[in-house]
Design a protein around this ligand. Sequence first.
Ligand code: ADP
Ligand code: ZN
Length: 427
Amino acid sequence: MGHRFIPHLSADELAARQLEGLKWTVNHAFENSPAYTRKLRDMGLRPGDVKSLDDLSRLPFTSVEDLREGYPLPLLAVPEEQVVRIHGSSGTTGKRKVMAYTQKDVDTWKHMMARCFEIAGCTPLDRAQICVGYGLWTAGAGFQLGCEHFGAMALPVGPGMLDIQVQILTDLGATVLCSTASMALLMAEEVEKRGLQDRLKLKRGIFGAEPHTPKMRERFEALLGLEDSFDIVGMTELYGPGTGLECPAHDGVHYWADLYILEILDPETLRPVAPGEIGEMVVTSLCKEASPLIRYRTRDLTRLVEGECSCGCSMPRHDKILGRSDDMIIVRGVNVYPGQVAEVLGRFPELSSEYQIVLTRVEGKDYMAVNVERGAKDLSGNDPALAAAVSQALHKALLVSAKVGVLDPGELPRTFAKTRRVLDERQ
Ligand code: ADP
Ligand code: ZN
């Protein structure tokens, strides 16, 4: 495979780069970041103690709490004159995380994002409409950097502004759509409403930032006339979007193992799960200067995909992100993940991809309601029977009762960013 941005590395070459990066990172963090100096000293560790990749398992973990303690510039490991930028997370779960970047960090990120455009099969003749948040959020900046570095044409629209979106889509003939899964759905429905499908030149979608279901994806792919679409992963803590991308083989997400080490650990025991089992993604950066990450617990859940990919890319793969441990809700003592609800709803072709879970408490008892939407073409005649069938299927899968409400197509909120699927009104 002739990749320009993605190196082809043998397992040995990759391991050598990882070891070199790990040694550099631990040394750099120990010498320059008071937070890490303390952490490493507490474990009786000195930088020279890292002699092989196996020594990773002896290093302390870094958590969201560490980021909060160090707010606003957590883990900082360079003098301020080397910091050229900060970004903040969306704050989906709690306080916004702010991270600092040196110029080298920005360049690494740019390279990482260019790899994503490459894996998605883009060329310098592509025009990428970037419909994600600019500013504090990493998404806009990341896509912009990567697209330009890759050499394609960036159409930096940002999120929302549907009139301008469709204007740029049609007038400039965007060929690649970059957005959250929610925004892709919103744009697709808007294009359908305005009957503009024939005027689009879109070929590919690069979408991410939140979990999606096959149903959601099929719908925006069909309405936008996409030939293919690719799930992009990333987080503010690790530069931003572009830490990995699904490839045309659609069998997992290739991640850049020469830039960070990924461990999949059991969140309870903090030991590696068996190969192919689901666990928490724990990441260690290999060349991040301003805010290095040592065994950072992302709280995102996935599993490794074994073996070589048929697409020819030598970078390893993980499965799509199946959810975050913070997403878990407890209803009457039972653990429920929104993804499980989505999975059950996916079995009903009469329903759209959208849903909302509402939790309430009455006289000390929890109640769960799940609001769903009829698919575009289905009529309301069958609502009570449909609600009963969905409720029964949810009970069977989750062991929790849910009151199911069937709404009209488009009645549930659509968003430009990440959809909030759970409304917890119990406090
Ligand atoms: P937060 O949402 O925690 O405020 P970010 O804005 O940095 O922080 O978003 C990163 C998080 O978004 C990841 O940790 C992950 O939970 C989620 N995420 C990013 N990309 C995807 C994706 N393709 N699929 C599912 N979840 C994703
Ligand atoms: Zn592949």
